[in-house]
Design a protein around this ligand. Structure first.
Ligand SMILES: Nc1nc2c(ncn2[C@@H]2O[C@H](COP(=O)(O)O[C@H]3[C@@H](O)[C@H](n4cnc5c(=O)[nH]c(N)nc54)O[C@@H]3COP(=O)(O)O)[C@@H](O)[C@H]2O)c(=O)[nH]1
Length: 602
């Protein structure tokens, strides 16, 4: 049997192979011997598997690589047909085409899945050639193949890396976009509506910064799992990168159906995410949605851009919500960019100024302080409403320069009053979250005080609760450094955020400002004043001064005085106005005798 497995004309003669030789032929064919020995050596040691069959496809000869790859010895396959190796992965058509080519061209080459003796299916690159004799009759078939399972698996790995996110195993941006492109084509043909939802986690950076990147990664995997659980069979979920995910609904039905899914996605995240570090994490998300062709978002680029714009709006509106794209959003975004650009030049053009709103002492009715409020006279055309530019400054890095300017300008004004021999009161300035987070606020404050030779007792910094919550330890250190300068600290908008006085006692604060929304409720709702009462009582127990903001009516004033509120601020006493107006009131006050109840300055 082994004999029949030698290449045609060869027989095993010891080792290596040698052609059969007969008597007198030997001398003549010495050269042939060497020739055949070389071929036999090559045949046996070649790394590709070789299989030679007769015209009826019965295996006659295989080499060592064949056995190494397939697991079958030469003896095991002798006389069998290559069907022995069939994997079952190819349809009959595949073999029909292969034989068609072999019959027509005496040659076929392609990739084929075969099965090893141990049952493993593997891919090989196979070349088949028909061997014909002088009459043109097929005498043999020669198959040469390479096991390409390794390169196939590398190829598959590369393919996976190119199209899937290795962390969550979800489709990545490239695959999402390719699939979305196909879906849009189909949707156009079928007049269906396609929805794109871009999901961005709120506050993910805090998790990464506080618990470390492995915890951040784990959170992303968990979030991906929860989002995936909300998907229907045909929905596509992928990770765009960072903490951003995308959902594509090929035929989303109505906007209401999309809204339902968006709500479901937000809801699925509300439950605490347990992490292996033992720290459960609460995470919310914001979602921007665009619809094709409802929003006129005609192509992939527009659809993604519009979903992004809507996402931005969802973040702006307070996060943990979804927002559909509307066509005026782009106009608003452009208007915002316009404000940002003009604002970036406002400082150098001297268009910024401060207005001062008095704070009145509850007991004496005298002005004991003022809040400095930023104003912008754009191009000298009048004041831009603060709500139209301060939030934009706060969202960009402009607030750092502008905020430093406000502190410096307040100190310059105090120095100017002192130099003019005018009465001076404590001036409070607002700082923005970004300004506080920058970590150099104490230096900015110290620099301004020093530059203008101002005693720190005249300056107060108003912060908000949000600045304390992200990094309480860092915030405490910063507040202590500012406090050490001799500057007062007050907590603005109290009641609108975290609102735990017990928690706040850990911060070195001097005062708490009751948010104007609570002041407004005094006299308006039966229990409207209850919160005000509670804040005053608790703040006093913690030895904090209480300032009520937004006092507009006598009723509010009287109620707050009755409750022992220390200072009052609001339109009832005076609107924010240029420095000269405050100067005037302070001068009048120095001339007037001490006469409670408080002055009405408006
Ligand atoms: N980061 C910085 N933020 C600043 C700075 N200057 C102002 N701001 C913040 O902008 C918001 C809008 O301010 P503004 O329009 O100036 O409104 C202030 C007052 O005019 C208003 N107010 C005062 N009394 C009343 C009142 O009786 N009724 C009423 N409806 N509004 C009143 O309240 C605003 C002051 O609020 P607060 O700061 O919370 O004390 C506002 O959030 C400012 O903080 C700045 O330099 N940097």
């Amino acid at each position: 049997m082994t004999e029949s497995l030698q290449p045609p004309g060869l027989r095993r003669h010891g080792s290596p192979y040698a052609p059969a030789m007969h008597g007198a032929d030997a001398g003549v064919r010495r050269n042939d011997l060497s020739h055949w020995q070389q071929w036999a050596m090559a045949f046996e040691h070649i790394r590709d598997g070789v299989m030679i069959t007769d015209a009826a496809c019965r295996i006659q000869t295989v080499n060592a690589a064949f056995s190494a790859i397939t697991g079958y010895s030469a003896a095991e396959v002798a006389g069998q047909t290559p069907r022995l190796l069939q994997s079952g992965k190819h349809a009959p058509d595949f073999y029909r085409q292969m034989w068609g080519a072999l019959t027509l061209h005496d040659h076929w080459q392609g990739e084929i899945w075969n099965r090893r003796k141990n049952g493993e299916v593997y891919p090989e690159l196979l070349t088949l050639n028909a061997v014909r004799d002088a009459d043109g009759t097929v005498t043999h078939y020669v198959g040469v193949f390479t096991d390409i399972s390794h390169s196939k698996s590398t190829e598959a790995q590369l393919e996976r890396l190119a199209h899937y996110d290795p962390l969550t195993e979800l489709p990545n941006r490239a695959l999402l976009q390719a699939r979305l492109e196909q879906m849009l084509l189909r949707a156009r043909r079928q007049c269906a509506t396609t929805a794109v939802l871009i999901i961005d986690l709120d506050g993910f950076k805090t998790v990464n910064d506080s618990l470390g990147h492995p915890a951040g990664d784990e959170l992303l995997v968990r979030v991906a799992g929860r989002l995936l659980a909300c998907m229907r069979t045909d929905d596509l979920l992928g990770r765009l990168g960072g903490d951003e995910f995308m959902v594509v609904l090929e035929d989303c039905g109505s906007p209401e159906a999309v809204a339902r899914l968006a709500r479901e996605l937000l809801d699925t995240l509300t439950e605490a995410v347990p992490l292996s570090c033992g720290q459960p994490v609460f995470v919310t998300a914001s979602i921007g949605i665009s619809l094709h062709p409802v929003d006129g978002s005609l192509g992939l680029v527009e659809l993604l851009r519009d979903a992004d714009t809507a996402l931005y709006r969802a973040k702006e509106e307070g996060r943990n919500r979804f927002c559909f794209y509307t066509s005026n959003m782009n106009a608003q975004a452009v208007a915002k960019l316009d404000v940002e650009a003009a604002l970036s030049r406002a400082l150098e053009r001297g268009e910024l100024l401060l207005h001062y709103q008095p704070k009145v002492d509850g007991a004496s009715g005298r002005i004991v302080g003022a809040e400095a409020l930023l104003r912008w006279n754009r191009n000298g055309n009048g004041l831009v409403p603060p709500g139209h530019f301060i939030p934009i400054a706060e969202q960009s890095c402009l607030i750092q320069h502008i905020g430093a300017w406000v502190i410096n300008e307040a100190c310059r004004q105090i120095r100017a009053w002192l130099d003019a021999g005018l009465p001076v009161v404590r001036v409070a300035v607002n700082v923005a979250a970004r300004q506080f987070a920058a970590g150099d606020l104490d230096q900015v404050v110290a620099g301004a005080l020093q530059r203008h030779g101002v005693d720190p007792q005249w300056l107060e910094i108003e912060i908000t609760e949000g600045m304390l919550i992200t990094d309480p330890q860092g915030a405490t250190l910063m507040l202590m450094r500012i406090k050490a300068l001799g500057v007062k600290l007050s907590l603005d908008d109290f009641g609108t955020g975290f609102s735990s006085l017990a928690y706040l006692q850990h911060f070195p604060l001097d005062a708490v400002k009751i948010d104007q929304s609570f002041t407004r409720r005094i006299g308006e709702e039966p229990d409207g004043a209850a919160l005000v009462d509670a804040i005053i009582a608790l703040a006093h127990r913690l030895h904090l001064r209480v300032v009520a903001e937004g006092v507009e009516t006598e009723l509010q004033r009287d109620y707050l005085l009755q409750q022992g509120c220390d200072e009052l601020q609001g339109y009832h006493f005076g609107r924010p106005a240029p420095a000269a107006t405050l100067e005037q009131h302070l001068l009048e006050q120095t001339r007037a005798p001490l006469t409670p109840p408080p002055l009405t300055l408006t």
